[in-house]
Design a protein around this ligand. Structure first.
Ligand code: ATP
Ligand code: MG
Length: 424
Protein backbone atom coordinates (compact mmCIF):
# COMPACT_ATOMS: atom_id res chain seq x y z
CA UNK A 1 0.00 0.00 0.00
CA UNK A 2 1.20 3.51 -0.75
CA UNK A 3 2.60 5.37 2.22
CA UNK A 4 0.68 8.40 3.44
CA UNK A 5 2.89 11.47 3.56
CA UNK A 6 2.71 14.79 5.33
CA UNK A 7 0.86 17.63 3.63
CA UNK A 8 3.06 19.79 1.42
CA UNK A 9 4.38 22.80 3.31
CA UNK A 10 3.55 21.29 6.70
CA UNK A 11 6.65 20.10 8.49
CA UNK A 12 7.52 17.67 11.22
CA UNK A 13 9.94 19.09 13.75
CA UNK A 14 12.23 16.16 14.49
CA UNK A 15 13.96 15.32 17.79
CA UNK A 16 17.28 16.81 16.67
CA UNK A 17 15.56 20.14 15.98
CA UNK A 18 13.24 20.42 18.95
CA UNK A 19 16.01 21.55 21.33
CA UNK A 20 16.56 24.65 19.16
CA UNK A 21 12.84 25.34 19.03
CA UNK A 22 12.62 24.99 22.81
CA UNK A 23 15.66 27.22 23.29
CA UNK A 24 14.04 29.95 21.18
CA UNK A 25 10.64 29.55 22.85
CA UNK A 26 12.13 29.52 26.37
CA UNK A 27 14.27 32.58 25.64
CA UNK A 28 11.24 34.46 24.35
CA UNK A 29 9.09 33.39 27.31
CA UNK A 30 11.65 34.58 29.86
CA UNK A 31 11.99 37.85 27.99
CA UNK A 32 8.23 38.44 28.00
CA UNK A 33 8.15 37.80 31.73
CA UNK A 34 10.83 40.48 32.18
CA UNK A 35 8.48 42.93 30.48
CA UNK A 36 5.33 41.98 32.38
CA UNK A 37 3.64 40.40 29.37
CA UNK A 38 1.05 37.69 30.11
CA UNK A 39 0.41 34.58 28.06
CA UNK A 40 -2.88 33.94 26.28
CA UNK A 41 -3.82 30.81 24.30
CA UNK A 42 -6.46 30.98 21.61
CA UNK A 43 -8.10 28.27 19.47
CA UNK A 44 -6.51 27.44 16.12
CA UNK A 45 -9.87 27.65 14.34
CA UNK A 46 -12.07 30.75 14.24
CA UNK A 47 -15.06 31.92 12.26
CA UNK A 48 -14.02 32.93 8.76
CA UNK A 49 -15.60 36.37 9.15
CA UNK A 50 -13.18 37.24 11.95
CA UNK A 51 -10.29 37.20 9.48
CA UNK A 52 -12.21 38.79 6.63
CA UNK A 53 -13.21 41.70 8.82
CA UNK A 54 -9.80 42.23 10.39
CA UNK A 55 -7.11 41.33 7.85
CA UNK A 56 -9.19 42.77 4.98
CA UNK A 57 -11.11 41.21 2.08
CA UNK A 58 -8.63 42.23 -0.60
CA UNK A 59 -5.39 41.17 1.05
CA UNK A 60 -3.33 38.21 -0.18
CA UNK A 61 -4.08 36.30 2.99
CA UNK A 62 -7.87 36.49 2.69
CA UNK A 63 -8.02 36.32 -1.10
CA UNK A 64 -5.74 33.36 -1.68
CA UNK A 65 -4.11 31.93 1.41
CA UNK A 66 -6.72 30.90 3.98
CA UNK A 67 -7.63 27.32 4.82
CA UNK A 68 -11.38 27.71 4.98
CA UNK A 69 -13.86 24.89 5.30
CA UNK A 70 -17.42 24.21 6.25
CA UNK A 71 -18.07 22.74 9.67
CA UNK A 72 -20.50 19.83 9.88
CA UNK A 73 -23.24 22.24 10.83
CA UNK A 74 -22.58 24.53 7.87
CA UNK A 75 -20.58 27.32 9.56
CA UNK A 76 -17.63 28.68 7.63
CA UNK A 77 -14.48 28.18 9.70
CA UNK A 78 -10.84 29.05 9.00
CA UNK A 79 -7.51 27.78 10.33
CA UNK A 80 -5.95 30.92 11.75
CA UNK A 81 -3.50 32.59 9.32
CA UNK A 82 -2.18 34.89 12.07
CA UNK A 83 -2.75 35.57 15.76
CA UNK A 84 -3.81 39.20 16.15
CA UNK A 85 -7.44 38.75 15.09
CA UNK A 86 -8.04 35.83 17.46
CA UNK A 87 -6.27 37.64 20.29
CA UNK A 88 -8.51 40.70 19.85
CA UNK A 89 -11.58 38.46 19.62
CA UNK A 90 -10.63 36.62 22.81
CA UNK A 91 -9.68 39.80 24.67
CA UNK A 92 -12.93 41.47 23.74
CA UNK A 93 -15.03 38.42 24.54
CA UNK A 94 -13.57 38.17 28.05
CA UNK A 95 -13.49 41.86 28.87
CA UNK A 96 -9.70 42.14 28.87
CA UNK A 97 -9.45 45.18 26.65
CA UNK A 98 -11.75 48.07 27.40
CA UNK A 99 -10.68 50.79 29.80
CA UNK A 100 -7.47 49.08 30.90
CA UNK A 101 -4.02 48.26 29.64
CA UNK A 102 -2.90 44.76 28.69
CA UNK A 103 0.25 43.15 27.40
CA UNK A 104 -0.35 39.66 25.97
CA UNK A 105 1.74 37.05 24.19
CA UNK A 106 0.95 33.82 22.39
CA UNK A 107 2.71 31.24 20.29
CA UNK A 108 1.63 28.46 18.00
CA UNK A 109 0.93 27.28 14.49
CA UNK A 110 -0.55 29.49 11.75
CA UNK A 111 -1.80 28.33 8.34
CA UNK A 112 -1.48 29.98 4.93
CA UNK A 113 -1.81 28.32 1.55
CA UNK A 114 1.36 29.80 0.04
CA UNK A 115 3.93 28.34 -2.33
CA UNK A 116 6.25 26.39 -0.02
CA UNK A 117 9.94 27.30 -0.17
CA UNK A 118 12.78 27.85 2.28
CA UNK A 119 11.39 29.99 5.12
CA UNK A 120 7.85 29.88 3.73
CA UNK A 121 5.50 27.08 4.69
CA UNK A 122 1.79 26.32 4.86
CA UNK A 123 1.85 25.51 8.52
CA UNK A 124 4.32 27.78 10.25
CA UNK A 125 4.73 29.06 13.79
CA UNK A 126 4.63 32.52 15.24
CA UNK A 127 5.41 33.97 18.61
CA UNK A 128 3.44 37.18 18.94
CA UNK A 129 2.82 40.02 21.37
CA UNK A 130 -0.22 42.33 21.43
CA UNK A 131 -0.63 45.35 23.71
CA UNK A 132 -3.94 47.10 24.27
CA UNK A 133 -5.00 50.41 25.75
CA UNK A 134 -1.80 52.35 25.08
CA UNK A 135 -2.00 55.40 22.83
CA UNK A 136 1.47 56.87 22.93
CA UNK A 137 4.61 55.88 21.05
CA UNK A 138 6.25 54.68 24.28
CA UNK A 139 4.72 51.21 23.98
CA UNK A 140 5.71 50.98 20.29
CA UNK A 141 9.27 51.79 21.40
CA UNK A 142 9.10 49.27 24.24
CA UNK A 143 8.15 46.45 21.87
CA UNK A 144 10.96 47.32 19.48
CA UNK A 145 13.51 47.67 22.29
CA UNK A 146 12.35 44.31 23.65
CA UNK A 147 12.80 42.57 20.30
CA UNK A 148 16.28 44.10 20.05
CA UNK A 149 17.05 42.55 23.43
CA UNK A 150 15.84 39.18 22.13
CA UNK A 151 18.23 39.36 19.15
CA UNK A 152 21.02 40.19 21.55
CA UNK A 153 20.22 37.22 23.79
CA UNK A 154 20.16 34.93 20.76
CA UNK A 155 23.36 36.38 19.28
CA UNK A 156 21.50 37.67 16.22
CA UNK A 157 22.00 41.45 16.69
CA UNK A 158 24.57 41.79 13.90
CA UNK A 159 22.38 39.91 11.45
CA UNK A 160 19.09 41.82 11.61
CA UNK A 161 18.15 45.35 10.61
CA UNK A 162 15.20 47.37 11.84
CA UNK A 163 12.93 49.09 9.31
CA UNK A 164 10.22 51.44 10.51
CA UNK A 165 7.58 53.61 8.90
CA UNK A 166 4.37 55.43 9.73
CA UNK A 167 1.38 54.69 7.52
CA UNK A 168 -0.68 57.41 9.22
CA UNK A 169 -4.40 57.67 9.83
CA UNK A 170 -7.10 55.98 7.74
CA UNK A 171 -7.93 59.37 6.16
CA UNK A 172 -4.32 60.06 5.25
CA UNK A 173 -4.01 56.61 3.71
CA UNK A 174 -7.20 57.15 1.69
CA UNK A 175 -5.88 60.44 0.32
CA UNK A 176 -2.53 58.89 -0.49
CA UNK A 177 -4.21 55.90 -2.12
CA UNK A 178 -6.02 58.26 -4.52
CA UNK A 179 -2.78 60.05 -5.41
CA UNK A 180 -0.93 56.78 -5.90
CA UNK A 181 -3.67 55.30 -8.10
CA UNK A 182 -3.67 58.51 -10.18
CA UNK A 183 0.04 58.29 -10.70
CA UNK A 184 0.27 54.52 -11.33
CA UNK A 185 -2.79 54.62 -13.60
CA UNK A 186 -0.63 56.31 -16.23
CA UNK A 187 1.66 53.27 -16.32
CA UNK A 188 -0.98 50.59 -15.90
CA UNK A 189 0.09 48.49 -18.90
CA UNK A 190 3.71 48.40 -17.69
CA UNK A 191 2.97 47.14 -14.19
CA UNK A 192 3.36 43.48 -13.26
CA UNK A 193 0.17 41.46 -13.21
CA UNK A 194 -0.28 41.42 -9.43
CA UNK A 195 0.22 45.15 -9.19
CA UNK A 196 -2.25 45.83 -12.01
CA UNK A 197 -4.86 43.89 -10.09
CA UNK A 198 -3.99 45.67 -6.86
CA UNK A 199 -4.45 49.05 -8.51
CA UNK A 200 -8.18 48.67 -7.98
CA UNK A 201 -8.12 46.48 -4.87
CA UNK A 202 -5.20 47.30 -2.58
CA UNK A 203 -2.89 49.85 -4.26
CA UNK A 204 -0.64 50.44 -1.22
CA UNK A 205 0.58 46.86 -1.55
CA UNK A 206 2.07 47.76 -4.94
CA UNK A 207 4.82 49.58 -3.04
CA UNK A 208 5.89 46.13 -1.85
CA UNK A 209 6.16 44.66 -5.37
CA UNK A 210 9.35 42.73 -6.14
CA UNK A 211 9.00 43.39 -9.91
CA UNK A 212 11.90 45.46 -11.27
CA UNK A 213 9.85 47.45 -13.79
CA UNK A 214 7.17 48.24 -11.22
CA UNK A 215 9.87 49.36 -8.79
CA UNK A 216 11.32 51.63 -11.49
CA UNK A 217 7.90 53.23 -12.06
CA UNK A 218 7.52 53.65 -8.31
CA UNK A 219 10.65 55.83 -8.24
CA UNK A 220 8.53 58.75 -9.41
CA UNK A 221 5.44 57.98 -7.30
CA UNK A 222 4.09 60.41 -4.71
CA UNK A 223 5.57 59.78 -1.25
CA UNK A 224 3.33 58.88 1.63
CA UNK A 225 5.31 61.16 3.87
CA UNK A 226 3.77 64.20 2.14
CA UNK A 227 0.31 62.97 3.11
CA UNK A 228 1.06 61.98 6.70
CA UNK A 229 -1.40 63.60 9.13
CA UNK A 230 -0.04 65.80 11.92
CA UNK A 231 -1.00 63.44 14.75
CA UNK A 232 0.68 60.42 13.16
CA UNK A 233 3.75 62.50 12.30
CA UNK A 234 4.07 63.53 15.93
CA UNK A 235 3.57 59.95 17.11
CA UNK A 236 6.28 58.77 14.72
CA UNK A 237 8.68 61.52 15.83
CA UNK A 238 8.05 60.40 19.42
CA UNK A 239 8.87 56.79 18.56
CA UNK A 240 12.04 57.82 16.75
CA UNK A 241 13.17 59.91 19.72
CA UNK A 242 12.76 56.91 22.05
CA UNK A 243 14.66 54.62 19.68
CA UNK A 244 17.44 57.20 19.26
CA UNK A 245 17.78 57.61 23.03
CA UNK A 246 17.92 53.83 23.41
CA UNK A 247 20.75 53.76 20.87
CA UNK A 248 18.93 51.58 18.34
CA UNK A 249 19.77 52.10 14.72
CA UNK A 250 16.99 51.81 12.14
CA UNK A 251 16.06 52.67 8.59
CA UNK A 252 12.97 54.74 7.90
CA UNK A 253 11.56 52.81 4.95
CA UNK A 254 8.76 54.76 3.23
CA UNK A 255 7.82 51.66 1.22
CA UNK A 256 7.09 49.55 4.27
CA UNK A 257 3.30 49.11 4.27
CA UNK A 258 2.61 45.56 5.60
CA UNK A 259 0.14 43.15 4.07
CA UNK A 260 -2.74 43.45 6.50
CA UNK A 261 -5.38 46.16 6.40
CA UNK A 262 -5.67 46.82 10.09
CA UNK A 263 -2.39 48.65 10.58
CA UNK A 264 -2.10 52.44 10.99
CA UNK A 265 0.61 54.77 12.28
CA UNK A 266 3.67 52.71 13.28
CA UNK A 267 4.73 49.69 11.22
CA UNK A 268 8.04 47.91 11.63
CA UNK A 269 9.99 44.88 10.44
CA UNK A 270 13.21 43.19 11.43
CA UNK A 271 14.92 41.96 8.30
CA UNK A 272 17.90 39.67 7.75
CA UNK A 273 19.97 38.99 4.67
CA UNK A 274 21.14 35.61 5.94
CA UNK A 275 18.05 33.73 4.73
CA UNK A 276 17.74 34.75 1.08
CA UNK A 277 14.36 35.96 -0.13
CA UNK A 278 12.34 35.24 3.04
CA UNK A 279 14.14 37.92 5.01
CA UNK A 280 11.51 39.25 7.43
CA UNK A 281 11.83 37.52 10.78
CA UNK A 282 9.60 39.78 12.86
CA UNK A 283 6.92 42.22 11.80
CA UNK A 284 4.29 44.34 13.44
CA UNK A 285 2.69 47.67 14.00
CA UNK A 286 -0.14 49.68 15.48
CA UNK A 287 -3.81 48.86 14.87
CA UNK A 288 -5.88 51.42 16.78
CA UNK A 289 -9.02 50.78 14.73
CA UNK A 290 -9.12 46.99 14.90
CA UNK A 291 -10.94 46.43 18.20
CA UNK A 292 -13.79 48.72 17.13
CA UNK A 293 -13.79 47.17 13.66
CA UNK A 294 -14.45 43.79 15.30
CA UNK A 295 -17.35 45.19 17.29
CA UNK A 296 -15.58 46.18 20.52
CA UNK A 297 -15.29 49.56 22.19
CA UNK A 298 -12.46 51.61 20.71
CA UNK A 299 -9.18 50.42 22.22
CA UNK A 300 -5.77 51.16 20.71
CA UNK A 301 -3.54 48.19 19.96
CA UNK A 302 0.00 47.50 18.86
CA UNK A 303 1.86 44.23 18.38
CA UNK A 304 4.19 42.06 16.36
CA UNK A 305 4.77 38.45 15.37
CA UNK A 306 8.01 36.57 14.79
CA UNK A 307 8.40 33.68 12.40
CA UNK A 308 9.76 30.78 14.45
CA UNK A 309 10.94 28.68 11.46
CA UNK A 310 12.90 31.62 10.06
CA UNK A 311 14.57 32.34 13.39
CA UNK A 312 15.43 28.65 13.86
CA UNK A 313 16.90 28.64 10.33
CA UNK A 314 18.97 31.69 11.23
CA UNK A 315 20.28 30.09 14.42
CA UNK A 316 21.21 26.97 12.45
CA UNK A 317 22.71 28.79 9.46
CA UNK A 318 24.79 31.08 11.64
CA UNK A 319 25.77 28.26 13.98
CA UNK A 320 24.40 30.06 16.99
CA UNK A 321 22.91 27.14 18.86
CA UNK A 322 24.44 26.83 22.34
CA UNK A 323 26.51 23.69 22.89
CA UNK A 324 24.43 22.89 25.97
CA UNK A 325 21.57 22.03 23.61
CA UNK A 326 23.26 18.76 22.69
CA UNK A 327 20.89 16.61 24.66
CA UNK A 328 23.01 14.17 26.66
CA UNK A 329 21.88 11.49 29.04
CA UNK A 330 23.71 11.32 32.36
CA UNK A 331 23.22 7.61 33.09
CA UNK A 332 22.36 4.55 30.98
CA UNK A 333 21.24 1.58 33.04
CA UNK A 334 22.11 -1.87 31.74
CA UNK A 335 20.56 -4.78 33.63
CA UNK A 336 21.05 -8.51 33.17
CA UNK A 337 20.04 -11.54 35.23
CA UNK A 338 17.63 -12.58 37.92
CA UNK A 339 15.99 -9.58 39.59
CA UNK A 340 18.23 -7.08 37.76
CA UNK A 341 15.47 -5.31 35.85
CA UNK A 342 13.36 -4.67 38.94
CA UNK A 343 16.50 -3.46 40.74
CA UNK A 344 17.23 -1.18 37.76
CA UNK A 345 13.89 0.56 38.25
CA UNK A 346 14.74 1.12 41.90
CA UNK A 347 18.14 2.67 41.05
CA UNK A 348 16.65 4.81 38.25
CA UNK A 349 13.84 6.17 40.41
CA UNK A 350 16.25 6.99 43.27
CA UNK A 351 18.39 8.95 40.82
CA UNK A 352 15.38 10.84 39.52
CA UNK A 353 14.40 11.66 43.10
CA UNK A 354 17.75 13.42 43.52
CA UNK A 355 17.15 16.32 41.19
CA UNK A 356 14.81 17.28 38.43
CA UNK A 357 17.33 17.65 35.65
CA UNK A 358 19.03 14.27 35.92
CA UNK A 359 18.63 12.23 32.74
CA UNK A 360 18.44 8.46 33.22
CA UNK A 361 17.90 6.12 30.29
CA UNK A 362 16.90 2.54 31.03
CA UNK A 363 17.91 -0.19 28.61
CA UNK A 364 14.45 -1.83 28.47
CA UNK A 365 14.04 -4.76 26.12
CA UNK A 366 16.72 -7.10 27.44
CA UNK A 367 19.72 -8.31 25.41
CA UNK A 368 23.27 -9.34 26.30
CA UNK A 369 25.50 -6.94 28.26
CA UNK A 370 27.40 -6.33 25.01
CA UNK A 371 24.26 -5.34 23.13
CA UNK A 372 23.19 -3.12 26.02
CA UNK A 373 26.60 -1.39 26.07
CA UNK A 374 26.20 -0.60 22.37
CA UNK A 375 22.93 1.13 23.16
CA UNK A 376 24.61 2.92 26.08
CA UNK A 377 27.25 4.26 23.73
CA UNK A 378 24.65 5.48 21.24
CA UNK A 379 22.64 7.16 23.99
CA UNK A 380 25.60 9.52 24.53
CA UNK A 381 25.25 8.99 28.28
CA UNK A 382 28.24 9.94 30.40
CA UNK A 383 28.09 6.79 32.54
CA UNK A 384 26.69 3.31 32.18
CA UNK A 385 25.42 1.64 35.34
CA UNK A 386 25.87 -2.11 35.15
CA UNK A 387 23.49 -4.18 37.21
CA UNK A 388 24.13 -7.92 37.17
CA UNK A 389 23.26 -10.66 39.60
CA UNK A 390 26.06 -9.81 42.01
CA UNK A 391 25.05 -6.13 42.11
CA UNK A 392 21.47 -7.17 42.80
CA UNK A 393 22.36 -9.50 45.66
CA UNK A 394 24.89 -7.06 47.22
CA UNK A 395 22.71 -3.96 46.52
CA UNK A 396 25.59 -2.37 44.62
CA UNK A 397 26.06 -0.43 41.39
CA UNK A 398 28.94 -0.77 38.93
CA UNK A 399 29.72 2.56 37.29
CA UNK A 400 31.45 2.57 33.90
CA UNK A 401 32.54 5.99 32.54
CA UNK A 402 31.72 6.03 28.81
CA UNK A 403 33.41 9.25 27.70
CA UNK A 404 36.68 9.09 29.66
CA UNK A 405 39.16 6.26 30.13
CA UNK A 406 38.70 6.15 33.91
CA UNK A 407 38.32 2.66 35.32
CA UNK A 408 34.91 1.34 36.29
CA UNK A 409 34.15 0.89 39.97
CA UNK A 410 31.55 -0.74 42.15
CA UNK A 411 29.85 1.13 45.00
CA UNK A 412 27.12 0.36 47.47
CA UNK A 413 23.83 1.78 46.17
CA UNK A 414 23.54 4.28 49.03
CA UNK A 415 27.03 5.60 48.48
CA UNK A 416 26.48 5.88 44.75
CA UNK A 417 23.26 7.85 45.26
CA UNK A 418 25.16 10.18 47.61
CA UNK A 419 27.91 10.74 45.04
CA UNK A 420 25.66 10.91 41.97
CA UNK A 421 24.88 14.68 42.13
CA UNK A 422 28.59 15.42 41.47
CA UNK A 423 28.48 13.21 38.39
CA UNK A 424 25.55 15.03 36.74
P1 ATP B 1 6.10 37.84 4.10
O1 ATP B 1 6.25 39.21 3.54
O2 ATP B 1 7.40 37.14 4.29
O3 ATP B 1 5.07 37.03 3.37
P2 ATP B 1 4.07 38.61 5.96
O4 ATP B 1 4.05 40.08 5.92
O5 ATP B 1 3.04 37.84 5.21
O6 ATP B 1 5.54 38.06 5.58
P3 ATP B 1 3.25 38.55 8.72
O7 ATP B 1 1.84 38.24 8.44
O8 ATP B 1 3.61 39.89 9.15
O9 ATP B 1 4.13 38.11 7.46
O10 ATP B 1 3.82 37.48 9.75
C1 ATP B 1 4.88 37.77 10.67
C2 ATP B 1 6.05 36.86 10.46
O11 ATP B 1 5.66 35.51 10.35
C3 ATP B 1 6.82 37.10 9.17
O12 ATP B 1 7.70 38.16 9.33
C4 ATP B 1 7.53 35.81 8.98
O13 ATP B 1 8.70 35.74 9.78
C5 ATP B 1 6.53 34.82 9.47
N1 ATP B 1 5.79 34.23 8.34
C6 ATP B 1 4.75 34.75 7.66
N2 ATP B 1 4.31 33.90 6.71
C7 ATP B 1 5.08 32.79 6.81
C8 ATP B 1 5.12 31.52 6.13
N3 ATP B 1 4.25 31.23 5.17
N4 ATP B 1 6.06 30.62 6.49
C9 ATP B 1 6.94 30.89 7.48
N5 ATP B 1 6.95 32.05 8.17
C10 ATP B 1 6.03 32.99 7.85
MG1 MG C 1 3.00 36.89 3.35
Amino acid sequence: MARIQAIRGMNDVLPEQTPIWRYLEDTARCLFEQYGIEEIRMPIVEQTDLFKRSIGEVTDIVEKEMYTFEDRNGDSLTLRPEGTAGCVRAGEEHGLLFNQTRRLWYSGPMFRHERPQKGRYRQFHQIGVECFGFNGPDIDAELIIMTARLWKKLGLSDHVQLHINSIGSAEARAEYRRALVNYLGQYEDQLDEDSRRRLSTNPLRILDSKDAKTQEILQGAPLFNDFLDAESAQHFAGLRAFLDKAGLSYTVNPKLVRGLDYYGKTVFEWITDSLGAQGTVCAGGRYDGLVAQLGGKGTPGVGFAMGVERLVLMLETLNLTPASLQDRADFFIAALGEGAEAYAFEVAEQLRDLQQNVRVVMNCGGGSFKAQMKKADKSSAAFALLLGESEVSQREVTIKPLRTDQAQKTLALEEFIQRAPQMI
